[in-house]
Design a protein around this ligand. Structure first.
Ligand SMILES: NC(=O)c1ccc[n+]([C@@H]2O[C@H](COP(=O)([O-])OP(=O)(O)OC[C@H]3O[C@@H](n4cnc5c(N)ncnc54)[C@H](OP(=O)(O)O)[C@@H]3O)[C@@H](O)[C@H]2O)c1
Length: 350
């Protein structure tokens, strides 16, 4: 415990909350000191309140912690938030107002103009937006968000293409894992042997978040990236890992090896700073014709790398490819942890 910064988890009993518990267990900088969930869990031992779904054991120390009420009194300064959007829209501002640094997974505030939506490899400079937040000016509290679990893998693959070749149009079709719907999530009778071509609000989130993430910061606002973007989102019977089929039109006309090189050589601030949760290689390209697949590739880089494959010409746009990323690690808890690590080295958590 000495030398580690105490952190809290809001929504600690859910799928993303559990992933936070798992990922923080051996974290070199942060340590779980407070857990909160709904009044259904409040007052119980965490081990009783959470139906543990991770493949590693629930740490004993955390199992014995008591679930606190979801209110800022008694909470540590740094809060990882994993709440449904409807609840987050009320609770996250309350914690920020009370002086907490809220590192959120929820969509509630992602598109608010003064709230940074950040992937540390892609747009670390957007963190500066938090200086415009009223909470920050009043109590030093703030909210920083990470993107939707389907936007993050796509945007990681698009970032080097946009930097080097410019993007004109993107079409993406997702095949999203059931763990993306939380626990218990989608009923087994709805998803077994089935594909559900509808995830509420997911297509809108993917489209608007992609343009904000790849946009430019200009003083107190983000100018969205100026390309056309269309997403189709589907739920499939996969446990973890969102796979996406992407078609893209670029401004320049690179050779395929130049595109692959832009992915495999992509490194950014988290790698330069050697942040603890940063993967060595954020994007890996797999040349096997039938990869990436969730079964084999979802845990690449401890779940923090996105895997790209199947680059080939597109007869409508320029190129087609497949990208896969882990929805509860790179798409949720790991994304928030990396954001918090970046905030720490920049002095925002002091
Ligand atoms: N799953 C993913 O792959 C993923 C990826 C990216 C982002 N997200 C986002 O992360 C958030 C959490 O998702 P999840 O999948 O972990 O959902 P989940 O499994 O349904 O967990 C929801 C959590 O919120 C708590 N909660 C519910 N009502 C509450 C209230 N009134 N006050 C305080 N806590 C309350 C629940 O506590 P109880 O157990 O006490 O009910 C539980 O801890 C969502 O906004 C989701 O969109 C999820």
């Amino acid at each position: 415990m000495p030398n580690k910064t105490p952190v809290g988890i809001l929504g600690a009993t859910g799928i993303v909350g559990q992933r936070f518990v798992q990922m923080l267990e051996h974290h070199p900088w942060f340590e779980v000191a407070w857990l909160a969930a709904s009044d259904r869990s409040e007052g119980k031992l965490y081990g009783e309140a959470a139906r543990w779904r991770m493949k590693t054991s629930l740490p004993d120390r955390v199992a014995q912690m008591r679930v606190s009420p979801a209110s800022p009194e008694g909470a540590p300064k740094i809060i990882f938030a994993a709440l449904d959007a409807s609840i987050a829209s009320e609770l996250e501002p309350r914690f920020a107002n009370a002086g907490c640094a809220v590192v959120s997974n929820s969509s509630a505030l992602r598109m608010q103009s003064d709230v940074p939506l950040v992937i540390p490899e892609v747009n670390p400079d957007h963190i500066k937006l938090l200086e415009c937040q009223t909470w920050r000016k009043k109590s030093h509290g703030f909210v920083v968000t990470n993107p939707n679990c389907s936007a993050i893998g796509l945007v990681m693959a698009l970032a080097p293409l946009q930097q080097q070749f410019g993007i004109e149009t993107v079409m993406a079709v997702t095949m999203q894992a059931v763990s993306g719907a939380g626990y218990p999530g989608v009923a087994s009778l709805d998803i077994l042997g089935n594909v559900i071509p509808y995830i509420p609000k997911e297509e809108e989130k993917m489209e608007e978040e992609t343009l904000k993430l790849l946009g430019q910061i200009n003083g107190s606002k983000i100018i969205p990236a100026p390309f056309g973007m269309s997403a189709h989102c589907n739920r499939v019977a996969v446990e973890d890992g969102h796979t996406e089929s992407v078609s893209i039109k670029l401004k320049k006309k690179p050779k395929p090896e130049e595109i692959i090189h832009s992915w495999t050589e992509f490194r950014s601030v988290p790698q330069e700073l050697k942040l603890p949760s940063a993967p060595e290689q954020p994007l890996r390209y797999i040349s096997n014709a039938d990869r990436p697949q969730p079964r084999f590739d979802v845990d690449a880089g401890h779940g923090m790398s996105a895997s790209v494959g199947r680059l080939r010409p597109c007869s409508v746009l320029d190129w087609k490819f497949t990208v896969l990323s882990h929805n509860t690690i790179r798409g949720a808890a790991g994304a928030a942890l990396l954001n918090a690590e970046l905030l720490k080295v920049q002095g925002y958590l002091d």
